[in-house]
Every structure is written in structure tokens, then in C-alpha cells.
Design a protein around this ligand. Structure first.
Ligand code: F0G
Length: 461
């Protein structure tokens, strides 16, 4: 049997509103060519993010009804805490309303001017929360991870030699902790191997620097280890995940990804050192320690989600459906980050639209065209997101011009994925017709969310 089916059937459906190309042209114009401004009802397939967009199971919804909303000592917290403790092996569990709230608490305690926090690749909110304290966030990704077209099984790995150099250059006393993001979202949803986690841990030991996992997509990472790393084929995903956590001193989680929930997160800690201070901040900014930033029903949904996400049938379907999309479009010639990641396929728009200068935002051009062609909402991850306008009005450029197609969990079926592949290939086949874009209005920070654009139709490029 070759077809890997969705390991679930559908009990509740959400209709998709169909639109025509001419309707979408008007919608996109009104949105000033920024897909963040398009109403979700006007999107056919929404691949903006895999965060908080997953479908919950019948058991999770049952848990929502069972949620204990007691302010202190709720039964739902007990279940949440026990689930996270069993998975991470860490005794201290602080619930937060999402991942960045856990980041905010941790870096308020250990950050500050002069400090350095290394990572394989920091996610934007992690970097922003570190920099907000005056500390420096540095990325130490292996060289293989920086070349989109080159396949490598663990492209998310940390460059251990670069990490040690960074620690020595900055002074180990100024490095309060080191992070590893599993899977590595900002480098294409690529996994980190167990050997690399062990090597990072060993490199940190002589300096006494603790290791923290940014574990939003820990189950997808563990599945890749089972499939790709020698010695793990016969292990359960859950036991692999537990081993990953066993090397860590702390973990930051956005439960909106592999928690299979629509909201939530946590900070978990092995040692007692930071716990009291972290709880104080939790109470100040999120809530009492037995609910943090969440309702009892959310804690139930996450506890159940963390149990379902390590099921092998689910992960086989999940990783296969992302790879299926990646393979279908790359077979037709579309350049993508190889191999496809765990939660997303990243199109190399810079390579696909080589006739467009990076200053004219090829990623934005492709994202807009995918919407016009098929109602698909993707996300530019290139010079719109990372570039900044200089005093001369010109934009600084990102190292890569990518478009991310992030796949929500358990939401779309194989025919949705087939439709997507057809649409992307159609756009690819007439890629030379795509025009560049210019920014006509932008805010000072995080411009991709609200900037307004204009297509450079009929203008020499
Ligand atoms: N760390 C990683 C690796 C992430 O991908 C995200 C969120 C966060 C931390 C922050 O978590 O959103 O719950 O506060 N990533 C989403 C995305 C937004 O689209 O990739 P959060």
C-alpha cells in the first residue's frame, strides 16, 4: 500500500468560501497587496502559519468541556503539569499564554546588556525578546543549513565549533544559556540530530552553560530522528523526544504548534535556580502559577494534544503530506529548500524569479500571485520581513528571498495539497510574467505586517 491516508475522519467541517480571480484582484488591491490585510474569509487555503491553526481532536474538545476553571490548584493544571513533566523530565512547569510569553519571562531574568544568547537560528520573537533586554542574539547554524538547494538530513544542526568560538569571544560568564530550536523554523523547518544535541551539551559542559530547547516542534524533530538517524529506527517517537529533553536544562514551548492547541505555551525548568523568580514574573505578567496565561480548558486541550502529537500514525501522515507537496512542486522545477521541512515547504523565490531584483521583493511578488491564482495565502520570508529602509530610501536585503507554505496540522486533505501543487506549478510555468513590487508605506518596526505595496506593472525593472 503506497498511499498514506489521513489517520482521522472528519466530524465537524468549516466551509471554504470560493472566490474568482477577479474578486481576488479587487480584494488584494484593497489590502494594498499585503496578505496580512486580507480577511481570512477571502482565503481558500491559508498557509500563513502552522501556529494555532491546527484542528483539535474529539478528545481535546471533550477536555475543553472537562476543563477545571478553579483559580488555584485546578485539576486541569495537574494533568497539564504531569504531561509536561513526563515528556520533559523537568519538575518545574510554568504555563504561559503562548511561546513568546515564556521567552519574555526567561530573558527578563537572564538577559541584559553584555549578555550573549546563542542558538542554531533564533525565531524572530526569541531574538526580539533577547534584544529587548539589551543582550545579543547570535545564530550558529551549520553551513549546510544555509544553502537551500543542497539536501542534508539534519540541516537545522548547530555549528558546534562556531558556538564554542562565540562563547570564548564573548566570555563564558556572559553567556547565561544556549538555545537549540527543534525543528529549526527559521532555517526551513529543518531538524536537529540527537548527535548534535549531545555535541552541543558536551561543548557547553566545561563552561557550565545550561542548554534550553525551543521545543515548539519537538515531535516533528523526534520523528525525523527516528527516520533519519542511525540507531533510532526502532525507538518510539515519544522515547526519542524524552531523550532530546534529557540533555536540556530548560525548555520553551509554543503549544500552538506541536501542542496541537489553538493557544498556549510553557516554560519548563530542571533546576530550582530560576524557578522562584520566574514564578514571580509569571504572576505579574500572565497569571497565578496553576493557570499562567490560560484557561483550565486550554490546559486540558494542550495536555491531550501533547499525548496525540507523538503518535506515529499522525506523524507519518503529517511529515509525508508536507514532503508530498515539496516533492510535487520540486519535480516540476520549482526551487525549494531541500529537503522539505517538518511543518512547511519554503520556495526559493529569489531563484524562481531570477528576473526580479531583490530590491523589488520577489517573495512578495510570488506570494501575491499565489493568492491571485488560487486564493492561497503564504508568507514572504525575505527582504520585506528582514530588510529595513535606509536613510537613502533604499531597503537593506535579506540573505534569502523565500516564501513559506506552512501547513496547519490535521486541517487540509490530500486534495487540498494536490490543488496547491497544481496552482504553484501553474504560477511557475509563467513565472517570467511576474512583476516586482515597491513599498508605498511602511512602519518603523516589523514592517511586513502592515506595509502597503504596489505592483511595478509597466515600469522598467
Ligand atoms: N519559537 C519558534 C521556533 C516559533 O516558530 C515561534 C512561533 C515561537 C517561538 C513563538 O511562539 O507564536 O506562540 O509566541 N512561530 C509562529 C510561526 C508564529 O508562524 O512560525 P508564539
Amino acid at each position: 500500500m503506497k498511499t498514506i491516508i489521513e489517520p482521522f475522519r472528519i466530524k465537524s467541517v468549516e466551509p471554504i468560501r470560493m472566490t474568482t480571480r477577479s474578486e481576488r484582484e479587487a480584494i488584494l488591491k484593497t489590502a494594498r497587496y499585503n496578505l496580512f490585510s486580507v480577511p481570512a474569509d477571502d482565503v481558500l487555503i491559508d498557509l500563513l502559519t502552522d501556529s494555532g491553526t491546527g484542528a483539535m481532536s474529539a478528545e481535546q474538545w471533550a477536555g475543553v468541556m472537562r476543563g477545571d476553571e478553579s483559580y488555584a490548584g485546578s485539576r486541569s493544571f495537574e494533568r497539564f503539569q504531569a504531561t509536561v513533566q513526563e515528556l520533559t523530565g523537568m519538575p518545574h512547569v510554568l504555563p504561559t499564554h503562548q511561546g513568546r510569553a515564556a521567552e519574555k519571562i526567561l530573558f527578563a531574568l537572564v538577559g541584559g546588556p553584555g549578555k550573549l544568547i546563542p542558538n542554531n537560528t533564533h525565531f524572530d520573537t526569541t531574538r526580539a525578546n533577547i534584544e529587548y533586554t539589551g543582550a545579543t542574539a547570535s545564530d550558529c547554524l551549520i553551513p549546510e543549513g544555509k544553502i537551500p538547494s543542497v539536501p542534508y538530513p539534519f540541516k537545522g544542526n548547530m555549528d558546534v565549533a562556531a558556538l564554542v568560538d562565540a562563547i570564548k569571544a564573548h566570555g563564558p560568564e556572559n553567556v547565561p544559556l544556549c538555545m537549540l530550536t527543534v525543528t529549526n523554523n527559521s532555517s526551513g523547518g529543518q531538524p536537529v540530530s540527537m548527535a548534535n544535541i549531545q555535541a552541543v551539551k558536551a561543548a557547553l559542559a566545561p563552561f557550565g552553560i545550561p542548554l534550553y530547547l525551543d521545543c515548539c516542534r519537538f515531535a516533528e524533530n523526534a520523528y525525523f530522528i527516528q527516520q533519519r538517524e542511525p540507531g533510532y529506527a526502532d525507538r518510539t517517537v515519544k522515547s526519542i523526544a524524552q531523550e532530546m529533553f534529557s540533555y536540556a536544562d530548560g525548555a520553551l514551548m509554543s503549544a500552538k504548534k506541536d501542542g496541537l492547541a489553538n493557544i498556549g505555551g510553557f516554560l519548563s525548568l530542571r533546576a530550582d535556580t530560576l524557578v522562584e523568580q520566574a514564578r514571580q514574573l509569571l504572576i505579574l505578567t500572565e497569571g497565578f502559577p496553576t493557570y499562567g496565561g490560560l484557561a483550565g480548558r486550554d490546559l486540558e486541550a494542550i495536555a491531550q494534544g501533547l499525548t496525540e502529537v507523538v503518535e506515529e500514525d499522525y506523524l507519518r501522515y503529517r511529515i509525508r503530506s508536507v514532503a508530498y507537496l515539496g516533492e510535487a512542486i520540486s519535480k516540476a522545477g520549482v526551487p525549494i529548500i531541500q529537503p522539505p521541512g517538518g511543518h512547511a515547504v519554503y520556495i526559493d523565490a529569489g531563484a524562481m524569479l531570477a528576473h526580479l531584483q531583490p530590491q523589488t521583493f520577489p517573495g512578495q511578488s510570488l506570494a501575491c500571485e499565489l493568492y491571485l491564482e488560487a486564493g492561497v495565502r503564504s508568507c514572504e520570508i525575505g527582504s520585506v520581513m528582514f530588510g529595513k529602509q535606509g536613510p537613502d530610501g533604499r531597503s537593506s536585503l535579506a540573505p534569502m528571498e523565500l516564501v513559506r507554505l506552512a501547513i496547519p496540522r490535521r486541517v487540509y486533505t490530500q486534495s487540498h495539497i494536490d490543488y496547491l501543487a497544481e496552482a504553484i506549478i501553474q504560477v511557475y510555468d509563467r513565472r517570467h510574467e511576474l512583476v516586482g513590487y515597491r513599498i508605498v508605506a511602511q512602519p518603523q518596526f516589523l514592517r511586513h505586517f502592515t506595509a502597503a505595496f504596489e505592483p511595478m506593472t509597466g515600469v522598467s525593472r
